[in-house]
Design a protein around this ligand. Structure first.
Ligand code: ATP
Length: 252
């Protein structure tokens, strides 16, 4: 049995008067890929962003309940949010490299954490790009702008940028929705490879993708988690009629 990495208990979230998450409970295991699926607007991204406190930046957002990382409540007033964001990295839907060189994109995070030595940075850049399975494609153009490579390559550079600060958890919000099928497959293979070193939580609209890559799946509907189970069981024998209707394409 894997250990629990993130534990979410009875989380409610409001944007102003609108309740976007209702009594969410999740047990996210170390070195597994957990997929969040469900129709548009049901709270998947909101839940994902809570896990590294991205919603702190949203005015009028109120959260109740508990979210534990390795048993510690990340919403405790004394919790160091910068450290949290280092431990819990994020990759977004649209590749968003910074408008600077590939090298500087990867070195950015380590530099902000005080690493200045050129050899150390070189080593981090190479290790991170290798970790994101893009080293071979970019090793001869590290000083080219990161925005000038293909979308699929940009997304792997963004994954490398996330890996550069040595996170423990990677949050991925529809990481392939802007990519072509070949780039999508590359990212899926990469994600499966990364789970030996990281805990991965991924929002996806693509049910085949959830079925292909994830170990566990949580099905969200109008702000609730209807069920969370092993992906195999969820797709072969869902417990709830609403899950079955969604995965068989009857709604959503
Ligand atoms: N900053 C915000 N302020 C107010 N309402 C918001 C905000 N962000 C999201 N919402 C609302 O909260 C609900 C959940 O949104 P969320 O983005 O989490 O859904 P989702 O399941 O990720 O959707 P999608 O699959 O379309 O990305 C939606 O009704 C959305 O309109």
């Amino acid at each position: 049995m894997s250990e629990t990495k993130l534990f979410v208990s009875d989380v409610d979230l409001w944007y102003g008067d609108f309740q976007a998450l209702k009594k969410i409970n999740l047990d996210i295991k170390s070195n597994e890929i957990t997929a969040f699926i469900g129709p548009s607007g049901c709270g998947k991204s909101t839940m994902l962003k809570c896990l590294n406190r991205m919603n702190d930046l949203v005015e009028d957002c109120r959260i109740e309940g508990h979210m534990l990382l390795d048993g510690q409540d990340i919403y405790d007033p004394g919790y160091d949010v910068n450290l949290l964001r280092k431990r819990v990295g994020m990759v977004f839907q649209n590749p968003n490299p910074f408008p600077m060189s590939i090298y500087d994109n990867i070195a950015y995070g380590p530099r902000t954490h005080g690493i200045k030595n050129k050899n150390d940075l070189n080593e981090i850049v190479e290790r991170s790009l290798k970790g994101a399975a893009i080293w071979e494609e970019v090793k001869d153009k590290l000083h080219q702008r990161a925005t000038e490579v293909s979308g699929g390559q940009q997304q792997r550079i963004c994954i490398a940028r996330a890996l550069a600060v040595e996170p423990e958890v990677l949050l991925m919000d529809e990481p392939t929705s802007a990519l072509d099928p070949i780039s999508t497959l590359k990212i899926e293979e990469l994600v499966q490879d990364l789970k030996k070193d990281y805990t991965i939580v991924m929002v996806t609209h693509n049910m085949q993708q959830a079925a292909r890559v994830s170990d566990k799946t949580a099905f969200f509907l109008t702000g609730e988690v209807i069920e969370m189970d092993s992906t195999e069981r969820m797709f072969s024998n869902p417990r709830d009629k609403r899950t079955e209707d969604y995965i068989t394409g009857r709604f959503g």
